[in-house]
Design a protein around this ligand. Structure first.
Ligand code: AHM
Ligand code: MG
Length: 329
């Protein structure tokens, strides 16, 4: 489609071509949440939404005011649409049930309202990650089993990145498309249709401070990345922001591999399966890349808990394959 058309029009056209995409209105509401969160992020140090709340979340992490604001904003902009039977997020211990005053629908929404929270106060890119599944249960409210689903069953996944510009990237299983917020008209406009990730890259993103705790196979892979490449005469270059969405977004466009493996202290790593790893895995596969625990595709995992963590290796297909070879050898 023509570059510069609005996200709303793009979504309507997609829906026309594939009437099965009944959740497109929900996606449109999510973009409203994205704009409201972007507005708060852009106020940076001036806003009352900056800083800590003084509470810790279900993961024992300090909750930023923006985490809470973004969580509440996403709920508020989507709970009345009639498409949802329930929601779950990084900031809520349990499932959020749609209030009885609103109609309920066939989908569930999972999200990480602000990913990379530790970067909020220092003007570094952060993001919102989301994913939509069709519910399985048929009662009046969604149940836990509706959320514990392999990532392959996602019908839509995306993220909004708050950076030098605000961008929304999503897939509904028909390619990956990127939209940039034009702040002068308040609309997301198509900037990249059918994004594909380079098959091989020269970049890696990992928190190498954890190197001493990694398994020897992971350490060997990391050592390999630092060997001089015969063709370029250079090792891989490190690029680590510490905001998953930002690291992922750069790798998606330029090529690269992101790793957050398990280690001696945290065998399942840090990142959450349902609302961090799986949505990005759906996007990367749609873009021709790969996402893995090292042993298994992320999208094949059957979650056992809502807030389950998972080792994540994601990015350019050939780089992820090489990492898998090291890890499983
Ligand atoms: P968050 O969702 O609480 O912000 O935590 C997830 C973040 C990711 O964005 C990022 O990849 C990772 O944590 C960074 O962790 P570390 O500081 O250990 O490198
Ligand atoms: Mg997160």
């Amino acid at each position: 489609m023509e570059k510069g058309i609005t996200l709303t029009r793009f979504i309507i056209e997609q829906h026309r071509r594939n009437p099965d995409l009944e959740f497109t209105e929900l996606l449109a509401e999510l973009t409203v949440a994205g704009k409201i969160i972007a507005r708060e992020v852009n106020k940076a140090g001036l806003a009352v939404t900056m800083g800590l709340t003084g509470r810790t979340n279900v993961h024992g992490e300090e909750v930023q005011k923006l985490d809470e604001f973004a969580n509440a904003t996403i709920i508020k902009t989507t709970d009345h649409t009639g498409h949802l039977a329930g929601m779950a997020s990084e900031e809520m211990e349990d499932i959020y049930h749609i209030p009885d005053k609103h109609p309920r629908g066939d989908y569930i929404l999972v999200f990480d309202p602000v990913d990379g929270s530790s970067n909020i106060d220092v003007n570094v890119n952060i993001g919102t990650i989301f994913s939509i599944y069709r519910r399985k249960s048929s009662g009046s409210h969604a149940i836990l089993e509706d959320f514990l689903r392999p990532g392959r069953e996602q019908v839509c996944a995306g993220y909004i990145i708050y950076g030098s510009s605000t961008m929304l990237v999503y897939t509904s299983g028909q390619g990956v498309h990127g939209f940039t917020l034009d702040p002068t008209i308040g609309e997301f406009l198509l900037s990249q249709e059918n994004i594909t990730i380079p098959r091989r890259s020269r970049y890696y993103s990992a928190n190498e401070g954890n190197y001493p705790r990694w398994a020897p196979e992971v350490q060997q892979y990391m050592d390999y990345l630092k060997e001089e490449d015969k063709a370029s005469g250079r090792p891989y270059s490190a690029r680590y922001i510490g905001s998953l969405v930002a690291d992922f977004h750069r790798n998606l466009l330029k090529g690269g591999i992101f790793l957050y493996p398990g280690d001696a202290k945290a065998p399942q790593g840090k990142l959450r399966l349902i609302y961090e790893a799986s949505p990005l895995a759906f996007i990367v596969e749609q873009a021709g890349g790969r996402a893995s625990t090292g042993w298994q595709p992320i999208l094949d995992l059957q979650p056992e808990k809502l807030h389950q963590r998972v080792p994540l290796i994601i990015g350019s297909a050939e780089d992820v394959e090489t990492a898998e070879r090291f890890i499983t050898s």
